[in-house]
Ligand binder design. Structure first.
Ligand code: PLP
Length: 387
């Protein structure tokens, strides 16, 4: 029986969509699944052991973020966590209350806001470099306090790092609840300080943890309305048997990634060397958000015009490298990414942007392979003369 297949024939540059399961997470998951067989809610010792392990994981995650363990609610991932926040505020805010979300949020925030708030959800504009416009937000908050603000920590399409600490300060000053989607930040940058945001969403699978586990950090005071009902788990904030093994694997993975943060500068250099060589080989290439601080693992690049962007992705895939056109959720669709449109890209420019997202295990050779394959694709697509 085949349990898994190693994709040896593919160089993987789509970690922002999901990352391969890392041995640290696999071991933590298997060990927990073997050792903690009980339901944390069960009244016997087997259940209590599972409960104790889950609480230990909650404490460790809270310590990483800098918040109280009671502030953590385990979820199936960041999408669920984001949805939970919007459904909560839709139920507790007055029916005419406006909210503000940045124009570059992941669909799990953008569509959730639209679903629950319709046109009461207004978009905080971003600069052409893809950074949320803090002046706009400061003025808007001074004029009228919205019921909620959502600005992500780092963008999944461009990798541009957002000024979430300043947003948190502004929101604190005006006493407006703040949701920070940290799905792309966690395990790549330092998590300390995130705990000062009222709400934080995150997941394990972007940095080597298993899929199907994430969390919502929320204020322990004030009752968070459950999104899933039908059980008292998570102090009545999220019904359903908790994913104990997933939670332990998430914490083990994030811990391991935090240990690597000293290497971030070297990773950034690897990325920048690739950019330099790519733009030398193909001078038409433009890097999205080039002048702004970006995640060390992400390069969003506007490639030379060919018939449509799918041709780049399909060609690169056939040549052995997996990349994306934007967020995984919008891949395969023809519409250009709303993130790039919000940054002022014309649809035909946005349609040529590809996202190359590496992981901690990506090495110089992988970046070289990516470069060589892009050059080969460019030759085959007729935008680079054969040599
Ligand atoms: N938020 C951001 C910024 C993301 O990049 C993603 C995944 O692409 C999500 C939320 C959704 O995360 P999950 O897959 O855990 O639901």
């Amino acid at each position: 029986m085949i349990f898994f297949r190693l994709e040896n024939d593919v160089t993987y540059f789509d970690h922002n969509a999901t990352a391969p399961l890392h041995p640290v997470a696999r071991e933590a998951w298997l060990e927990a699944a073997d050792n903690f067989i009980g339901n944390p809610s069960s009244p016997h010792r087997v259940g209590s052991r599972a409960d104790a392990a889950l609480e230990e994981a909650r404490l460790r995650l809270a310590a990483m973020l800098g918040c109280h363990a009671h502030d953590i609610v385990w979820t199936s991932g960041a999408t669920e966590a984001n949805n939970q926040v919007f459904q909560h505020f839709a139920r507790v805010l007055p029916p005419d209350a406006p909210i503000h979300i940045s124009a570059i949020e992941h669909p799990s925030v953008a569509e959730s806001a639209a679903h629950y708030f319709g046109d009461r959800a207004s978009l905080i504009p971003v600069t052409p470099d893809g950074i949320v416009d803090l002046d706009w937000l400061a003025e808007a908050l001074a004029r009228h306090r919205p019921g909620l603000v959502a600005v992500m920590a780092a963008d999944n399409v461009t990798g541009v790092i957002q000024p979430w600490e300043q947003v948190a300060n502004l929101c604190r000053r005006w006493e407006v609840p703040y949701l920070c989607d940290a799905a792309q930040w966690l395990g790549k940058e330092n998590p300390i300080g995130l705990g000062t945001c009222d709400f934080v969403s995150g997941c394990a699978h972007k940095v080597g943890g298993p899929r199907g586990i994430g969390f919502l950090k929320c204020p322990s005071q004030g009752r968070l309305k459950p999104f899933l009902v039908g059980g008292p788990q998570e102090e009545n904030r999220r019904a359903g048997t908790e994913n104990v093994a997933g939670a332990l694997a998430l914490v083990a993975m994030l811990d391991a990634r935090c240990g690597l943060l000293v290497e971030v500068e070297a990773r950034r250099e690897m990325r920048d060397q690739f950019i330099q060589r790519l733009t030398t080989a193909l001078p038409e290439v433009k890097i999205v958000g080039e002048l702004q601080p970006r995640l060390w693992n992400t390069v969003a690049a506007q490639l030379p015009q060919v018939d449509c962007r799918q041709r780049w992705v399909v060609k690169l895939d056939k040549l052995g490298v997996a990349v994306s056109t934007g967020s995984a959720c919008s891949s395969g669709k023809e519409e250009p990414s709303p993130v790039l449109l919000a940054m002022g890209y014309a649809p035909n420019q946005a349609a040529r942007v590809l996202r190359f997202s590496s992981g901690w295990e990506t090495n110089e050779k992988d970046w070289e392979t990516l470069l060589a394959i892009i050059q080969q694709a460019a030759r085959e697509l007729g935008v680079l003369a054969s040599v």
